[in-house]
Design a protein around this ligand. Structure first.
Ligand SMILES: [Zn+2]
Length: 375
């Protein structure tokens, strides 16, 4: 028996934020970062809250790769403010921080034997990448390693997938986050927990990425491209929240943690190498990649050729957006990689995403893959 869960109410389109007008709440706790405050993205929420007479407090201390320390500060601030509404606005870091704050408070209450009144949790993504607005995942950094919290409890109640929030995302971030979407959809598609339901989302998300990511990268003002990528991110998010991910993410979590490479970029670098490894070790995965290539109109005479065409397609997508093709191009030296190799391989093998990879690697496989992806 398998389960497919879509817990969040999803409002999408360029006016989705207007849903805030319908809220009847008393106090809103906003989780975001300084940049969102500076570019006045947060004002689009707070103006509406003011009109509805809802008091608010802004916690804007979120940084990229949110740390446990930031979460602890947020727990203190939220507890003091005692809101009945939490709005996370930002990229994956802001939404993951809000998830972790709420989760920590719930855990603290459980341990103390107290009932936790969970505020309504609304997520407003400002990048088209993590899909965090609909997923049961949150990534928190502890020291140099990344901890993945996975629990249906973490899924936001409402996702406002409003493309006006992504119109000013710079090209490099559009590329990294867009390739993260592709990675989510492809990993969910070959996951051991994939189903007909998650496949439908993965197939559509991959098609939307290939059709619209180059345009969103070259012309960020293209509203259709932005909206399609925002929808793709959310759809891939629902897919992987149900099917989980695989070794690309496990290795990217470790690589990003060791060398501060943005999450999407780390995935983009590793994606072709891990796909090739999976296809070589699982005939089921090889067929799945080939099926996905066919969905994209890349006709092949054998699963090998289909898989090859998919990898070539991904590399072409990376090339036109100037994304690093290997770890060396991301600014890491061979010595630096070798020095962290054992630790990264161990973190990757123990990562929450590894068990659903279509084949199970040993430490040596992962080290070999990092070396292969170096240059
Ligand atoms: Zn990701």
């Amino acid at each position: 028996m398998q389960k497919f869960l879509v817990k969040s109410d999803i409002y999408f389109g360029a006016d989705a934020v207007d849903w805030i007008d319908s809220l009847r709440k008393k106090k809103a706790f906003i989780v975001t970062d300084e940049m969102m405050v500076k570019i006045k993205a947060v004002d689009q929420i707070t103006d509406k809250l003011e009109k509805s007479g809802i008091k608010y407090d802004i916690f804007s201390q979120v940084k990229p790769d949110p740390s446990y320390e930031t979460v602890a500060l947020g727990v203190k601030a939220l507890k003091e403010f005692s809101p009945d509404l939490v709005v996370a606005i930002g990229g994956g870091s802001s939404i993951d921080t809000a998830k972790s704050i709420l989760y920590s408070l719930w855990q603290i209450s459980e341990k103390a034997g107290e009932k936790f009144e969970k505020p309504l949790f609304v997520a407003v993504p400002t990048t088209s990448g993590t899909g965090s607005e609909v997923t049961s995942f949150a990534i928190v950094t502890i020291g140099s390693s990344k901890l993945a919290l996975v629990d249906d409890w973490l899924i936001p109640d409402v996702a406002l997938v409003d493309s006006q929030f992504v119109s000013s995302v710079p090209p490099a971030v559009t590329a990294d986050t867009g390739l993260d979407v592709l990675c989510h959809a492809l990993e969910a598609y070959v996951s051991t927990d994939a189903s007909d339901f998650t496949d439908a989302l993965s197939e559509k998300a991959v098609k939307l990425v290939f059709d619209y990511l180059p345009e969103a990268y070259h012309d960020g003002t293209n509203k259709t491209a932005r909206e399609k990528m925002h929808n793709a991110s959310c759809m891939a998010g629902i897919g992987f929240s149900n099917a989980s991910l695989g070794l690309i993410h496990s290795m990217a979590h470790a690589l990003g943690g060791a060398f501060h490479i943005p999450h999407g970029r780390a995935n983009a670098i590793l994606m072709p190498y891990v796909i090739s490894y999976n296809a070589g070790n699982s005939s089921v995965a090889k067929k799945r990649y080939s099926d996905m290539a066919e969905t994209l109109g890349l006709r092949a005479e054998s699963p090998e050729q289909g898989c090859d065409l998919l990898i070539k397609g991904i590399n072409a997508l990376k090339a036109i957006m100037g994304v690093p093709m290997n770890i060396s191009q991301a600014g890491v030296s061979r010595e630096e990689l070798e020095a962290r190799l054992d630790e990264m391989a161990e973190n990757a093998i123990n990562d929450r995403c590894t068990p659903t990879n279509p084949c199970q690697p040993v430490m040596e496989d992962i080290k070999c893959l990092y070396r292969r992806a170096f240059e």
